[in-house]
Design a protein around this ligand. Sequence first.
Ligand code: PHB
Length: 401
Amino acid sequence: MHEERTRVAIVGAGPAGMLLAHLLDREGVESVVVETRSEEYVASRIRAGILEQSTVDLLREVGLGDRLVREGEEHRGIHLQWTAPGQPAGHGERHHLDFVELTGRAVWVYGQTEVQKDLVVAARARGQAVHYEVDDTALHDLDTDSPSVTFTKDGEQHRLRADVVAGCDGSFGPSRSAVPEPRAWERTYPYSWLGILADVAPSTDELIYAWHPEGFALHSMRSHTVSRFYLQVPNDTSLDDWPDDRIWEGLARRFALDGWTLETGPITDRSVLPMRSFVQAPMRSPEGQGRLFLAGDAAHIVPPTGAKGLNLAVADVALLARALVAWLREGDVSLADAYADTAVRRVWRCTHFSWWMTTMLHATGDPFDEQLQLSQLRWVTSSEAGATGLAENYAGLPIGF
Ligand code: PHB
């Protein structure tokens, strides 16, 4: 058995785990990260591409903002569109919500994949210990002051001892299941997203969220030459049912607006994404005094409408890093003791917002739902109070909210 000792054992080298390691390192707190996947796999996963102002502010503050500022794109807001049932194609409405005007806060288009790459480069530069491609990860003694994580690597057994374990390993990792008798809340949705990446300049300056009787569509982007699109599809949709022509025709119908054209290009990636809301508590285990802290997808999943997943993980980690630094450097446990309750409050705000955006925008086939959705869309695009509520949540509440 190889024995290793650190202050914080971080399970998971995705954005939550790698950002935590980065923030701790800046304050002189040592950590070791373990990850079941390879570095290449983690760095190439395609995820949402919208960063809240507070996420961008934090990344810039801690030296991770250079490429973001160079290559990312600041957006003032989003477009919301709908074509009511029976309305002729092209005669729907498209409205712009200006978050900067409404809340003073912008959003940034910069893919999670890019954030992850920046984190990996920074980790290499400072010599961060990361064990990739480990198996059989297990958490131990979380109710003592000497917790540990065991794993096998290249056939050899390892034990990593620490003061604290941070579970940043997503909803399928071992951390979440190491919480005894958790409370959990879940909502599933009767639809999924078909996501595509295409080599074509975006046909819009800012994202378009489109309600359509046939189903929701989203026009997002990754750069001046790469567009990202999503189409609402039934659960269990097979990619085989969606040849390129069907995808472009579906998008063109759902985004149709007189005087506007959707440009098409080669599709370079496609996948079906299920949608789920999930919250598990407590985010510290065993509850109260335990040495395991959960952050990011290990504790909560939001559907992608509103792009909150990464932003929420960053907010968790910002809180957790502050709490662990105060505890491990100064012996002050007050922030660590407050972490689970403080973090979960923001989790529920984002869970509500993501659920609300999702249920406002996706077709259910129920005429009563349709009318409620259209009424809600008219309200958020015509009332300053309605628009500000959406903008405040989308552009992100301050860290620590
Ligand atoms: C994306 O660009 O992948 C994206 C953008 C906004 C969303 C969801 C996904 O609400």
